[in-house]
Design a protein around this ligand. Structure first.
Ligand code: XMP
Length: 324
């Protein structure tokens, strides 16, 4: 029978055997998977694990600072990298969802590669980073097979699959066989912060795929504000832990509204909250009307540029959780 304690014990032992004295670089996303992967590796190889956390400008409001802080408290060897400008520049004018994913994924790899070289330079003569650690879990592997297989293209998950040749790092993925609930149990067995373990899944490409159409710093700011209001209200009302995942989406349309005596022509925010076991299927959550009403009012009254809020009532399949 599978237990988290036994998994922790055997994977630490296996990681030590696999990695020996090698150095590993791991990019944290702030999410459960990469955090648990990092703590496991930290237990196995200590300071030979070098974590980076990239601000791609597509994170949630205040996320970069908060997450960086909590990782430092956990004793991880971690470096925050501000790459906002790079990502915004590369995404400029790009509307196609798959292209955006590829650009963001490619941007990450370039930042990793630079960081790996930097870190290697700080290591003793002749020692270099040889591995890339990743928090890939089983459903990522499955969806990636359908993406890369001959029959269907769903979405390219940037954090799965091969790395380009120029990056000569081997990949170590300690959670590859686990489902999300198992990852959380492993995190608990490692005595990790419940706030981190309870965090909703958040896609690698971040708000970049929750802004439909082209991404600008302005749209990111608007979406961050709306999303923060949504998530805070879910927490306050006790709904956060009852949903698998929730977030706001910036729609690429404008609609007419009225404010005082003025006609407005502004953007639309969509709210999405789903229940799921593993992200492979999902049902939209029947949030109470009162709560939706409160959130809608707060967003429209406080987020400049938004005059309409809608709620997504689609389940997966056929709709995916993310809109892009
Ligand atoms: P979809 O939209 O395919 O999402 O129903 C299923 C789950 O996967 C997350 N997701 C991603 N996670 N990189 C990630 O790490 C990605 O590119 C990515 N795309 C989607 C999504 O948030 C949901 O939890």
């Amino acid at each position: 029978d599978w237990t988290a304690d036994i998994f922790v014990e055997t994977s630490i032992k296996n990681l030590r055997e696999q990695l020996g004295d090698d150095h590993v670089i791991l990019a944290l996303s702030g999410g459960v998977d990469s955090s648990v992967a990092a703590i496991l590796l930290h237990h196995a190889i200590g300071k030979h694990l070098h974590c980076i956390f990239v601000d791609n400008g597509l994170l949630r409001k205040g996320e970069f600072e908060q997450v960086l802080d909590s990782y430092k408290h956990m004793g991880l060897n971690i470096k925050g990298i501000d790459a906002k400008t790079k990502f915004y520049k590369q995404l400029e004018g790009v509307k196609d969802p798959e292209r955006k994913r590829k650009i963001i994924g490619g941007g990450f790899i370039e930042v990793f590669d630079d960081a790996a070289h930097e870190i290697s330079k700080e290591l003793p003569e002749g020692v270099e980073v040889k591995w890339l650690g990743q928090g890939t879990i089983y459903p990522d592997v499955i969806e990636s097979i359908s993406v890369n297989g001959p029959s269907a293209t769903i979405k390219s998950h940037h954090n799965v699959g091969g790395l380009p040749d120029f990056m000569k790092l081997k990949v170590v993925e300690p959670l590859r066989s686990l489902f999300k609930d198992e990852v959380r149990r492993v995190g608990k067995a490692l005595e990790m912060d419940p706030i981190i373990l309870g965090r909703h899944p958040f896609p690698g490409p971040g708000l970049g795929i929750r802004i439909l159409g082209d991404v600008t710093a302005d749209k990111v700011r608007i979406l961050q504000e709306a999303d923060a209001i949504f998530i805070r209200n879910l927490r306050d009302a006790g709904w956060y832990d009852q949903v698998w995942q929730a977030g706001a989406i910036f729609l690429p349309v404008q609609s007419v509204g009225v404010m005082g005596d003025e006609r407005t022509y502004e953007h639309v925010i969509c709210l999405r909250a789903v229940g799921s076991m593993d992200g492979m299927t999902a049902d939209w959550i029947h949030l109470p009307y009162d709560l939706l009403s409160k959130i809608s009012n707060e967003i429209i009254n406080h987020v400049k540029g938004i005059n309409r809020v809608v709620y997504d009532i689609s389940s997966k399949p056929p709709a995916t959780i993310e809109w892009e």
